[in-house]
Design a protein around this ligand. Sequence first.
Ligand code: AMP
Length: 433
Amino acid sequence: MAKKTRIQRVTGMHDVLPDDQKYFERVCSIAKSLVEFYGFSKIDTPILEEAELYSKGTGSNTDIVQKQMYTLKTKGGDVLALRPEFTPGIARAFLDHGMYTWPQPVKLYSSGPLFRYESPQAGRYRQFNQFNLEIIGDSSAVLDAQLIQIFYNILSELKLKNLIVEINSIGDHQCRPYYKKLLTNYFRSRAASLCADCRRRVRENPLRVLDCKEEKCQRIVSQAPQTIDHLCDECHTHFKSVLEFLDEIEVPYRLNPHLVRGLDYYTKTVFEIFCEDNQKKEGEEFQPKIALAAGGRYDGLLKLLGGEGAGAVGGAIGVERIISLMKSQEVKWQENPNPQVFIAQLGNLAKRKGLRLMEEFRRAKILVAESFGKDSLKVQFKMADKLGAGYTLLLGQKEVLEGTVIIRDMKSGKQDTVKLNKVMEEVKKRLKK
Ligand code: AMP
Protein backbone atom coordinates (compact mmCIF):
# COMPACT_ATOMS: atom_id res chain seq x y z
CA MET A 1 0.00 0.00 0.00
CA ALA A 2 1.33 3.45 -0.84
CA LYS A 3 2.72 5.24 2.21
CA LYS A 4 0.59 8.19 3.20
CA THR A 5 2.68 11.36 2.89
CA ARG A 6 2.06 14.37 5.04
CA ILE A 7 1.31 17.60 3.21
CA GLN A 8 4.32 19.87 3.51
CA ARG A 9 4.37 23.63 3.55
CA VAL A 10 5.08 25.26 0.20
CA THR A 11 8.77 25.85 -0.61
CA GLY A 12 9.91 29.35 0.32
CA MET A 13 6.89 29.99 2.60
CA HIS A 14 7.10 29.82 6.36
CA ASP A 15 4.93 29.69 9.45
CA VAL A 16 5.36 32.46 11.99
CA LEU A 17 5.30 30.61 15.30
CA PRO A 18 4.24 32.25 18.58
CA ASP A 19 7.88 32.89 19.61
CA ASP A 20 8.49 34.92 16.47
CA GLN A 21 5.24 36.88 16.62
CA LYS A 22 6.73 39.26 19.18
CA TYR A 23 9.46 40.21 16.69
CA PHE A 24 6.90 40.97 13.97
CA GLU A 25 4.85 43.02 16.40
CA ARG A 26 7.92 44.86 17.62
CA VAL A 27 9.08 45.78 14.08
CA CYS A 28 5.62 46.88 12.98
CA SER A 29 4.79 48.83 16.15
CA ILE A 30 8.10 50.76 16.17
CA ALA A 31 7.78 51.47 12.44
CA LYS A 32 4.12 52.50 12.77
CA SER A 33 4.66 54.94 15.61
CA LEU A 34 7.66 56.49 13.87
CA VAL A 35 6.01 56.98 10.49
CA GLU A 36 2.85 58.35 12.04
CA PHE A 37 5.06 60.96 13.72
CA TYR A 38 6.33 61.90 10.23
CA GLY A 39 2.77 62.33 8.97
CA PHE A 40 2.16 59.03 7.14
CA SER A 41 -1.33 57.47 7.01
CA LYS A 42 -2.05 53.80 6.55
CA ILE A 43 -3.35 52.35 3.31
CA ASP A 44 -4.24 48.72 2.56
CA THR A 45 -4.45 47.59 -1.04
CA PRO A 46 -5.58 44.14 -2.25
CA ILE A 47 -3.11 41.27 -2.40
CA LEU A 48 -4.51 40.40 -5.83
CA GLU A 49 -4.24 42.96 -8.62
CA GLU A 50 -4.45 42.81 -12.41
CA ALA A 51 -1.16 41.25 -13.58
CA GLU A 52 -0.91 44.08 -16.10
CA LEU A 53 -0.45 46.58 -13.27
CA TYR A 54 2.96 45.04 -12.61
CA SER A 55 3.98 44.46 -16.22
CA LYS A 56 3.22 48.16 -16.88
CA GLY A 57 4.40 49.53 -13.54
CA THR A 58 7.21 47.31 -12.28
CA GLY A 59 8.30 46.74 -15.89
CA SER A 60 7.86 43.83 -18.27
CA ASN A 61 11.64 43.30 -18.49
CA THR A 62 12.21 43.02 -14.75
CA ASP A 63 12.98 39.75 -12.98
CA ILE A 64 9.94 40.34 -10.78
CA VAL A 65 7.57 40.28 -13.76
CA GLN A 66 9.43 37.84 -15.97
CA LYS A 67 10.38 35.24 -13.40
CA GLN A 68 8.97 35.89 -9.97
CA MET A 69 5.33 36.84 -10.25
CA TYR A 70 2.63 34.38 -9.14
CA THR A 71 -0.10 34.83 -11.73
CA LEU A 72 -3.44 33.10 -11.99
CA LYS A 73 -6.41 33.08 -14.29
CA THR A 74 -9.78 33.45 -12.59
CA LYS A 75 -12.89 31.53 -13.60
CA GLY A 76 -14.02 34.73 -15.28
CA GLY A 77 -10.83 34.84 -17.38
CA ASP A 78 -9.05 37.74 -15.61
CA VAL A 79 -5.28 37.44 -15.28
CA LEU A 80 -4.34 38.44 -11.75
CA ALA A 81 -1.10 38.48 -9.79
CA LEU A 82 -0.29 38.06 -6.11
CA ARG A 83 1.37 41.36 -5.29
CA PRO A 84 5.14 41.06 -5.66
CA GLU A 85 5.69 44.64 -4.40
CA PHE A 86 3.61 47.46 -2.94
CA THR A 87 4.34 50.52 -5.09
CA PRO A 88 2.28 49.84 -8.25
CA GLY A 89 -0.82 48.94 -6.17
CA ILE A 90 -0.50 52.11 -4.14
CA ALA A 91 0.06 54.22 -7.25
CA ARG A 92 -3.09 52.61 -8.73
CA ALA A 93 -5.03 53.45 -5.56
CA PHE A 94 -3.68 57.04 -5.71
CA LEU A 95 -5.19 57.39 -9.20
CA ASP A 96 -8.41 55.46 -8.41
CA HIS A 97 -9.22 57.68 -5.45
CA GLY A 98 -8.20 60.99 -7.01
CA MET A 99 -5.53 61.61 -4.40
CA TYR A 100 -4.22 64.46 -6.59
CA THR A 101 -6.90 66.55 -4.90
CA TRP A 102 -5.61 65.74 -1.41
CA PRO A 103 -3.02 68.01 0.22
CA GLN A 104 0.28 67.11 -1.48
CA PRO A 105 2.42 65.20 -0.97
CA VAL A 106 0.36 62.21 0.11
CA LYS A 107 2.34 60.12 2.58
CA LEU A 108 1.21 56.51 2.84
CA TYR A 109 2.42 53.43 4.67
CA SER A 110 1.45 49.78 4.32
CA SER A 111 2.58 46.47 5.65
CA GLY A 112 1.85 42.88 4.77
CA PRO A 113 2.89 39.90 2.69
CA LEU A 114 4.41 39.92 -0.78
CA PHE A 115 5.00 36.98 -3.10
CA ARG A 116 7.97 36.38 -5.38
CA TYR A 117 8.94 33.09 -6.98
CA GLU A 118 12.64 33.37 -6.09
CA SER A 119 15.22 30.69 -5.27
CA PRO A 120 14.72 30.29 -1.53
CA GLN A 121 17.89 30.91 0.49
CA ALA A 122 18.90 32.73 3.66
CA GLY A 123 16.95 36.00 3.78
CA ARG A 124 15.12 35.26 0.52
CA TYR A 125 11.64 33.82 0.70
CA ARG A 126 8.74 33.36 -1.68
CA GLN A 127 6.33 34.91 0.81
CA PHE A 128 7.78 37.69 2.94
CA ASN A 129 6.62 40.86 4.65
CA GLN A 130 7.52 44.47 4.04
CA PHE A 131 6.83 47.71 5.85
CA ASN A 132 6.44 50.12 2.95
CA LEU A 133 6.42 53.92 2.62
CA GLU A 134 5.42 56.14 -0.29
CA ILE A 135 5.48 59.94 -0.60
CA ILE A 136 3.51 60.87 -3.73
CA GLY A 137 3.01 64.32 -5.26
CA ASP A 138 6.34 66.08 -4.78
CA SER A 139 9.76 65.82 -6.42
CA SER A 140 11.84 67.76 -3.88
CA ALA A 141 15.21 66.27 -2.98
CA VAL A 142 14.53 66.91 0.71
CA LEU A 143 11.88 64.16 0.62
CA ASP A 144 14.35 61.59 -0.70
CA ALA A 145 16.64 62.41 2.22
CA GLN A 146 13.79 62.39 4.72
CA LEU A 147 12.51 59.02 3.53
CA ILE A 148 15.99 57.51 3.89
CA GLN A 149 16.25 59.10 7.32
CA ILE A 150 12.92 57.53 8.37
CA PHE A 151 14.05 54.04 7.31
CA TYR A 152 17.37 54.59 9.06
CA ASN A 153 15.53 55.76 12.19
CA ILE A 154 13.23 52.72 12.20
CA LEU A 155 16.23 50.38 12.05
CA SER A 156 18.07 52.38 14.73
CA GLU A 157 15.01 52.48 17.01
CA LEU A 158 14.95 48.70 16.68
CA LYS A 159 18.45 48.87 18.17
CA LEU A 160 20.15 47.47 15.07
CA LYS A 161 23.80 48.42 14.82
CA ASN A 162 26.38 49.00 12.07
CA LEU A 163 23.90 50.32 9.52
CA ILE A 164 24.97 51.98 6.32
CA VAL A 165 22.97 53.53 3.51
CA GLU A 166 24.20 52.97 -0.04
CA ILE A 167 22.96 55.55 -2.48
CA ASN A 168 23.15 56.41 -6.16
CA SER A 169 21.34 58.42 -8.80
CA ILE A 170 20.31 56.61 -11.99
CA GLY A 171 19.23 59.76 -13.85
CA ASP A 172 15.99 60.27 -15.74
CA HIS A 173 14.51 60.19 -19.25
CA GLN A 174 16.87 63.02 -20.30
CA CYS A 175 20.23 61.56 -19.33
CA ARG A 176 19.61 57.84 -19.01
CA PRO A 177 19.36 56.98 -22.75
CA TYR A 178 22.92 58.21 -23.36
CA TYR A 179 24.24 56.38 -20.30
CA LYS A 180 22.45 53.20 -21.40
CA LYS A 181 24.19 53.45 -24.77
CA LEU A 182 27.58 53.74 -23.06
CA LEU A 183 26.79 50.74 -20.88
CA THR A 184 25.57 48.65 -23.80
CA ASN A 185 28.82 49.27 -25.67
CA TYR A 186 30.86 48.43 -22.60
CA PHE A 187 28.99 45.19 -21.86
CA ARG A 188 28.81 44.11 -25.52
CA SER A 189 32.58 44.13 -25.67
CA ARG A 190 32.62 41.80 -22.65
CA ALA A 191 29.50 39.75 -23.41
CA ALA A 192 31.39 36.43 -23.46
CA SER A 193 32.19 36.80 -19.74
CA LEU A 194 28.63 37.65 -18.66
CA CYS A 195 26.03 35.16 -17.44
CA ALA A 196 23.28 34.10 -19.89
CA ASP A 197 20.70 36.34 -18.15
CA CYS A 198 22.98 39.35 -18.43
CA ARG A 199 23.64 38.76 -22.13
CA ARG A 200 19.87 39.09 -22.56
CA ARG A 201 19.77 42.09 -20.20
CA VAL A 202 22.36 43.91 -22.33
CA ARG A 203 19.81 43.83 -25.17
CA GLU A 204 16.74 44.63 -23.06
CA ASN A 205 18.00 46.90 -20.29
CA PRO A 206 21.75 47.11 -19.68
CA LEU A 207 21.18 48.85 -16.33
CA ARG A 208 19.92 45.53 -14.99
CA VAL A 209 23.36 43.98 -15.51
CA LEU A 210 24.62 46.32 -12.76
CA ASP A 211 22.17 44.60 -10.42
CA CYS A 212 23.24 41.01 -11.23
CA LYS A 213 24.25 38.96 -8.20
CA GLU A 214 26.56 36.60 -10.19
CA GLU A 215 30.17 37.02 -9.17
CA LYS A 216 31.55 36.96 -12.73
CA CYS A 217 29.14 39.73 -13.77
CA GLN A 218 29.93 41.79 -10.67
CA ARG A 219 33.62 41.73 -11.63
CA ILE A 220 32.79 43.27 -15.01
CA VAL A 221 30.34 45.69 -13.43
CA SER A 222 33.03 47.04 -11.11
CA GLN A 223 34.82 48.61 -14.13
CA ALA A 224 31.64 49.79 -15.93
CA PRO A 225 30.87 53.48 -16.63
CA GLN A 226 29.11 55.13 -13.69
CA THR A 227 25.76 56.92 -13.85
CA ILE A 228 26.83 59.82 -11.67
CA ASP A 229 29.44 60.82 -14.29
CA HIS A 230 26.68 61.11 -16.90
CA LEU A 231 23.77 62.83 -15.13
CA CYS A 232 22.02 65.81 -16.75
CA ASP A 233 22.13 69.12 -14.86
CA GLU A 234 18.72 68.59 -13.25
CA CYS A 235 19.54 65.09 -11.95
CA HIS A 236 23.00 66.21 -10.86
CA THR A 237 21.60 69.12 -8.82
CA HIS A 238 18.89 66.91 -7.34
CA PHE A 239 21.36 64.26 -6.26
CA LYS A 240 23.77 66.83 -4.81
CA SER A 241 20.91 68.24 -2.71
CA VAL A 242 19.89 64.77 -1.45
CA LEU A 243 23.46 64.17 -0.27
CA GLU A 244 23.65 67.61 1.36
CA PHE A 245 20.42 66.93 3.25
CA LEU A 246 21.75 63.55 4.37
CA ASP A 247 24.95 65.25 5.60
CA GLU A 248 22.82 67.73 7.54
CA ILE A 249 20.82 65.03 9.32
CA GLU A 250 23.92 62.89 9.86
CA VAL A 251 22.66 59.70 8.24
CA PRO A 252 25.74 57.59 7.40
CA TYR A 253 25.84 56.83 3.70
CA ARG A 254 28.24 55.71 1.03
CA LEU A 255 27.99 56.28 -2.70
CA ASN A 256 27.57 53.09 -4.66
CA PRO A 257 27.90 54.13 -8.32
CA HIS A 258 26.58 50.76 -9.53
CA LEU A 259 23.44 50.60 -7.42
CA VAL A 260 20.42 50.44 -9.77
CA ARG A 261 17.65 48.35 -8.11
CA GLY A 262 15.69 45.72 -10.00
CA LEU A 263 12.66 47.81 -10.93
CA ASP A 264 12.18 49.82 -14.10
CA TYR A 265 10.30 52.80 -12.72
CA TYR A 266 13.06 54.34 -10.64
CA THR A 267 14.43 57.76 -11.59
CA LYS A 268 17.17 59.76 -9.88
CA THR A 269 17.76 58.57 -6.30
CA VAL A 270 18.03 54.87 -5.46
CA PHE A 271 19.15 53.53 -2.10
CA GLU A 272 19.59 50.38 -0.05
CA ILE A 273 20.36 50.01 3.65
CA PHE A 274 22.72 47.28 4.82
CA CYS A 275 24.21 46.08 8.04
CA GLU A 276 28.00 46.11 7.92
CA ASP A 277 28.00 42.80 9.90
CA ASN A 278 26.76 41.13 6.72
CA GLN A 279 29.56 42.38 4.51
CA LYS A 280 32.09 40.10 2.88
CA LYS A 281 35.11 39.51 5.08
CA GLU A 282 38.71 38.98 3.93
CA GLY A 283 39.22 35.47 2.51
CA GLU A 284 35.49 34.63 2.54
CA GLU A 285 33.74 33.33 -0.53
CA PHE A 286 31.75 35.85 -2.56
CA GLN A 287 28.29 36.37 -1.10
CA PRO A 288 25.73 38.83 -2.39
CA LYS A 289 24.97 41.47 0.22
CA ILE A 290 21.60 41.25 1.93
CA ALA A 291 19.71 44.56 1.93
CA LEU A 292 17.51 45.37 4.93
CA ALA A 293 15.63 48.17 3.19
CA ALA A 294 15.54 49.64 -0.28
CA GLY A 295 13.78 52.18 -2.42
CA GLY A 296 14.06 55.20 -4.62
CA ARG A 297 12.37 57.99 -6.55
CA TYR A 298 9.86 57.10 -9.25
CA ASP A 299 8.68 60.31 -10.88
CA GLY A 300 7.43 58.52 -14.01
CA LEU A 301 5.25 55.75 -12.57
CA LEU A 302 1.90 57.54 -12.27
CA LYS A 303 2.08 58.64 -15.89
CA LEU A 304 2.97 55.09 -16.90
CA LEU A 305 -0.23 53.92 -15.22
CA GLY A 306 -2.34 56.44 -17.09
CA GLY A 307 -2.36 59.33 -14.60
CA GLU A 308 -0.85 62.80 -14.64
CA GLY A 309 2.85 62.89 -13.89
CA ALA A 310 3.73 63.39 -10.23
CA GLY A 311 6.96 63.25 -8.28
CA ALA A 312 7.14 60.31 -5.90
CA VAL A 313 9.62 58.52 -3.69
CA GLY A 314 9.21 55.31 -1.72
CA GLY A 315 10.82 52.25 -0.26
CA ALA A 316 10.37 49.31 2.05
CA ILE A 317 12.05 47.38 4.80
CA GLY A 318 12.10 43.59 4.65
CA VAL A 319 10.59 42.48 7.94
CA GLU A 320 12.04 38.92 8.00
CA ARG A 321 15.55 40.22 7.31
CA ILE A 322 15.24 42.76 10.13
CA ILE A 323 14.07 40.01 12.50
CA SER A 324 16.94 37.78 11.54
CA LEU A 325 19.39 40.63 12.24
CA MET A 326 17.67 41.42 15.57
CA LYS A 327 18.30 37.81 16.53
CA SER A 328 21.92 37.72 15.38
CA GLN A 329 22.66 41.03 17.11
CA GLU A 330 20.81 39.69 20.19
CA VAL A 331 18.56 42.73 20.43
CA LYS A 332 16.60 42.77 23.69
CA TRP A 333 13.65 44.89 24.65
CA GLN A 334 11.11 45.05 27.42
CA GLU A 335 8.26 43.05 25.89
CA ASN A 336 5.48 43.70 28.36
CA PRO A 337 5.86 46.22 31.13
CA ASN A 338 5.94 44.57 34.55
CA PRO A 339 2.57 44.41 36.30
CA GLN A 340 2.27 47.13 38.91
CA VAL A 341 0.11 44.93 41.08
CA PHE A 342 -0.35 41.18 41.53
CA ILE A 343 -3.54 39.87 43.13
CA ALA A 344 -2.97 36.76 45.25
CA GLN A 345 -5.95 34.96 46.77
CA LEU A 346 -6.87 32.06 48.98
CA GLY A 347 -10.31 30.48 48.78
CA ASN A 348 -13.39 30.96 46.63
CA LEU A 349 -14.66 34.07 48.34
CA ALA A 350 -11.24 35.71 47.90
CA LYS A 351 -11.26 34.75 44.21
CA ARG A 352 -14.61 36.55 43.84
CA LYS A 353 -13.28 39.70 45.48
CA GLY A 354 -10.07 39.34 43.42
CA LEU A 355 -12.00 39.18 40.12
CA ARG A 356 -13.90 42.34 41.04
CA LEU A 357 -10.71 44.11 42.15
CA MET A 358 -9.00 43.22 38.89
CA GLU A 359 -11.72 45.00 36.89
CA GLU A 360 -11.37 48.10 39.08
CA PHE A 361 -7.62 48.16 38.36
CA ARG A 362 -8.20 47.66 34.64
CA ARG A 363 -10.56 50.65 34.59
CA ALA A 364 -7.99 52.71 36.52
CA LYS A 365 -5.37 51.68 33.87
CA ILE A 366 -3.15 50.06 36.47
CA LEU A 367 -1.32 46.99 35.12
CA VAL A 368 -2.40 44.00 37.10
CA ALA A 369 -1.60 40.28 36.99
CA GLU A 370 -3.11 37.28 38.77
CA SER A 371 -3.09 33.54 38.85
CA PHE A 372 -6.67 32.84 39.94
CA GLY A 373 -6.38 29.18 38.92
CA LYS A 374 -3.70 28.56 41.58
CA ASP A 375 -4.54 27.93 45.23
CA SER A 376 -1.07 27.84 46.77
CA LEU A 377 0.05 31.22 48.13
CA LYS A 378 3.67 30.17 47.76
CA VAL A 379 3.18 29.55 44.03
CA GLN A 380 1.35 32.86 43.62
CA PHE A 381 4.08 34.83 45.40
CA LYS A 382 6.71 33.15 43.22
CA MET A 383 4.75 34.18 40.14
CA ALA A 384 4.41 37.80 41.37
CA ASP A 385 8.16 37.84 41.91
CA LYS A 386 8.90 36.38 38.48
CA LEU A 387 6.64 38.90 36.75
CA GLY A 388 8.38 41.74 38.62
CA ALA A 389 5.16 43.09 40.18
CA GLY A 390 5.63 46.20 42.34
CA TYR A 391 3.02 45.21 44.94
CA THR A 392 1.15 42.03 45.77
CA LEU A 393 -2.34 42.31 47.21
CA LEU A 394 -3.12 39.34 49.42
CA LEU A 395 -6.74 38.35 49.90
CA GLY A 396 -6.87 35.48 52.41
CA GLN A 397 -10.01 34.06 54.07
CA LYS A 398 -9.46 36.22 57.17
CA GLU A 399 -9.00 39.40 55.11
CA VAL A 400 -12.15 38.74 53.07
CA LEU A 401 -14.22 38.25 56.24
CA GLU A 402 -12.77 41.43 57.75
CA GLY A 403 -13.11 43.42 54.49
CA THR A 404 -9.36 44.09 54.32
CA VAL A 405 -6.38 43.39 52.02
CA ILE A 406 -2.69 42.98 52.78
CA ILE A 407 -0.41 45.09 50.58
CA ARG A 408 3.06 43.67 50.24
CA ASP A 409 5.82 45.87 48.85
CA MET A 410 7.72 43.35 46.73
CA LYS A 411 11.02 45.22 46.99
CA SER A 412 11.19 45.73 50.75
CA GLY A 413 8.93 42.82 51.78
CA LYS A 414 7.06 45.23 54.09
CA GLN A 415 3.34 44.38 54.55
CA ASP A 416 0.41 46.61 55.63
CA THR A 417 -3.26 45.83 56.04
CA VAL A 418 -5.74 48.28 54.50
CA LYS A 419 -9.52 48.35 54.11
CA LEU A 420 -10.66 46.65 50.87
CA ASN A 421 -12.62 49.77 49.82
CA LYS A 422 -9.50 51.94 50.32
CA VAL A 423 -7.05 49.68 48.48
CA MET A 424 -7.28 51.44 45.11
CA GLU A 425 -6.57 54.81 46.71
CA GLU A 426 -3.63 53.33 48.62
CA VAL A 427 -2.12 51.64 45.54
CA LYS A 428 -2.45 54.85 43.49
CA LYS A 429 -0.74 56.80 46.28
CA ARG A 430 2.15 54.34 46.42
CA LEU A 431 2.55 54.17 42.62
CA LYS A 432 2.83 57.97 42.49
CA LYS A 433 5.81 58.00 44.86
P1 AMP B 1 12.45 45.46 -3.00
O1 AMP B 1 10.94 45.45 -2.93
O2 AMP B 1 13.01 44.42 -3.90
O3 AMP B 1 12.99 46.84 -3.20
O4 AMP B 1 12.97 45.01 -1.55
C1 AMP B 1 12.85 45.81 -0.41
C2 AMP B 1 13.31 44.98 0.78
O5 AMP B 1 12.46 43.85 0.94
C3 AMP B 1 14.69 44.38 0.60
O6 AMP B 1 15.70 45.30 0.98
C4 AMP B 1 14.63 43.19 1.53
O7 AMP B 1 14.86 43.59 2.87
C5 AMP B 1 13.19 42.72 1.41
N1 AMP B 1 13.06 41.61 0.44
C6 AMP B 1 13.01 41.68 -0.90
N2 AMP B 1 12.85 40.45 -1.44
C7 AMP B 1 12.80 39.58 -0.42
C8 AMP B 1 12.64 38.15 -0.32
N3 AMP B 1 12.48 37.40 -1.39
N4 AMP B 1 12.62 37.61 0.92
C9 AMP B 1 12.77 38.35 2.02
N5 AMP B 1 12.91 39.70 1.99
C10 AMP B 1 12.93 40.31 0.79
